[in-house]
Structure formats: structure tokens, C-alpha cells
Ligand binder design. Structure first.
Ligand SMILES: C[S@@+](CC[C@H](N)C(=O)[O-])C[C@H]1O[C@@H](n2cnc3c(N)ncnc32)[C@H](O)[C@@H]1O
Length: 265
């Protein structure tokens, strides 16, 4: 049987690696990583750096799997994602066949936590379910950008006994569901907070490049900081060539006068 361990590595800071993650990395025979090409040039390098730091002189093999191009302009979003996932599965299967012998363990290093907006677990589960594949897998959790956002701003994501909605920029643009007052938005390439009908009703706690040396934090009542966020985000993206950001939108308590003390609970 071949083994695959999916390891959550946190969001870039090697100090975020858990003891379990370090152990699993030391036990791996080969490391696999999807190369997202020009979309995120620094991310592959960060993974390699992590391996060097954790493994030191221990020899290790690092194999990149070329990420297939995804049709980002497709009108059928779900269909385009399905096609992309199928092509990724084929590439990963081919890499495992050529790089992983029976009895050996491969590790896939996943950004943040594998359970949050990442398709690796689904992908590997599909492969493991194929007849004759002989593949077992295990997941090691990691610190996600969601947790880091809360920690850096020194906030809880929900109010006492409340709930929190975790969603994407695309879904936020479609409208905020009734009753959702604390909303974490990920995968937002378009600053979708600018599309809210009543921005003054929300505080925002925003973070980009969390856990890396380029980390940026901005928070405040949405109309007061919206332009600043858009400006610093655009500047950083221009300078670094990529951006990853996440934010909490918190509906202002009825009766509270909006001020610069966001997310006070
Ligand atoms: C494909 S998802 C992966 C999420 C990851 N599995 C996690 O646990 O954070 C990528 C999204 O996560 C968020 N993200 C990941 N890393 C981040 C970071 N270092 N700083 C801010 N946001 C980040 C952004 O919203 C980005 O669009």
C-alpha cells in the first residue's frame, strides 16, 4: 500500500507548523506540490523553504505537479471547476504512479488547513477510492488564515453564543443571507465588500499575507477604511505580484455609533 499524508502547513510562517506536521514531514519519502505557475510564484518557494528548514540535512525529494490551467472566464463556474478538478486528479495520479513505490509515503503540503477552501482532500479521496489504487491517506490539520486573522486582530470571530458564516467573495456579491451578522470572506479577488448596500452597518477586520513578512492589517468601520484597504492591497499586489487576503465583516450592534473600534465585543 502507498501512503499519502496531507499536511496543513499554516500560512507561511514556519513557526506555525505543529509538532505533528513536523513529524509527518520527517517521515515522508517524497514531497508533492502543485505548481500554480505565474498566479502565485512565491508560494512554491515558501514550501521548499519550509522543507529545507524542517528537514535540514536530511535528504528529501521535492516533486512539483504542474497545475492545469483553469478557465477563469467560464460562464459555467461549477462546470469549469469540475473539469479542473478532474484534470488535477489525472496529473496527481500520474505523479503518484511514477514517484511513489509500494510501502512509501508521499506528503502534500497544503496552505493553511486542508479542510478550508482547499480541494486536496477531495482529490486524494477520489483517487484512493479508485479500484486497484492501493492508496491510504491521512490529514494533519494546520493553522488556517481564518484563525490567524482573528489572532492578529485580537478578536473572536463570533459574538457570545453566536454563529459565524465563512464564505467567498463571489457569494458575498450575491447578497448577505438573512441572520448572518459575522461573516468571514475568503477567496475574494475583487474587494467585494465595496458592493454592500449599507456599508456603514459593518465593521471590517482585514488582513493580507498573514503569517508572512509582508503581513498587512487594517480595521475600522467599513466606509472609513474601504479606500485604504483597496489602496494598500493594490500597492502590495503590484509590488509582490500576488495577494491573499481575508476579512471579517461584523454588523454593527444596533444603537452603537460607528467608530474606529471595530469588532469590539
Ligand atoms: C484556496 S484558499 C486556502 C485557504 C487555506 N486552506 C487556509 O486554511 O487558510 C485561499 C484563500 O485563503 C485566504 N488566505 C490564505 N492564506 C492567507 C494569508 N496568508 N493571508 C490572508 N489570507 C489568506 C485568502 O482568502 C485566499 O484567497
Amino acid at each position: 500500500v502507498r501512503r499519502l499524508v496531507i499536511i496543513g502547513i499554516g500560512t507561511g510562517d514556519p513557526e506555525q507548523l505543529t509538532g505533528q506536521a513536523v513529524q509527518a514531514m520527517r517521515a515522508a519519502d517524497v514531497f508533492l506540490a502543485f505548481d500554480k505557475g505565474e498566479h502565485a510564484p512565491g508560494l512554491l518557494r515558501l514550501r521548499e523553504h519550509l522543507c529545507e528548514r524542517v528537514l535540514g540535512d536530511q535528504p528529501h525529494r521535492f516533486v512539483t505537479v504542474q497545475d492545469p490551467e483553469r478557465d477563469r472566464g467560464a460562464t459555467d463556474y461549477g462546470g469549469a471547476v469540475d473539469t479542473w478538478h478532474a484534470r488535477r486528479a489525472e496529473r496527481l495520479a500520474a505523479t503518484l504512479d511514477s514517484e511513489l513505490a509500494d510501502g512509501k509515503t508521499a506528503a502534500i503540503l497544503v496552505w493553511g488547513d486542508p479542510a478550508l477552501y482547499d480541494s486536496t482532500v477531495r482529490l486524494v479521496d477520489t483517487l484512493a477510492g479508485r479500484p486497484g489504487t492501493e492508496l491510504e491517506y491521512e490529514v494533519i490539520p494546520g493553522i488556517s488564515s481564518l484563525q490567524l486573522l482573528a489572532a492578529r486582530h485580537g478578536i473572536s470571530l463570533h459574538r457570545v453564543g453566536g454563529s459565524v458564516l465563512v464564505t467567498t467573495g463571489r457569494r458575498l456579491r450575491a447578497g448577505i443571507p438573512a441572520g448572518a451578522d459575522d461573516i468571514v470572506v475568503m477567496l475574494d479577488g475583487e474587494c467585494s465588500f465595496t458592493t454592500l448596500d449599507h456599508p456603514e452597518d459593518y465593521d471590517i477586520a482585514w488582513g493580507a499575507y498573514l503569517g508572512t513578512q509582508d503581513e498587512i492589517l487594517v480595521s475600522g468601520n467599513l466606509p472609513a477604511v474601504s479606500e485604504e484597504i483597496q489602496r494598500v492591497r493594490a500597492e502590495a499586489r503590484e509590488r509582490l505580484g500576488w495577494v491573499m487576503d481575508i476579512y471579517l465583516l461584523r454588523r454593527v450592534e444596533p444603537g452603537r455609533i460607528a467608530d474606529s473600534d471595530p469588532c469590539a465585543s
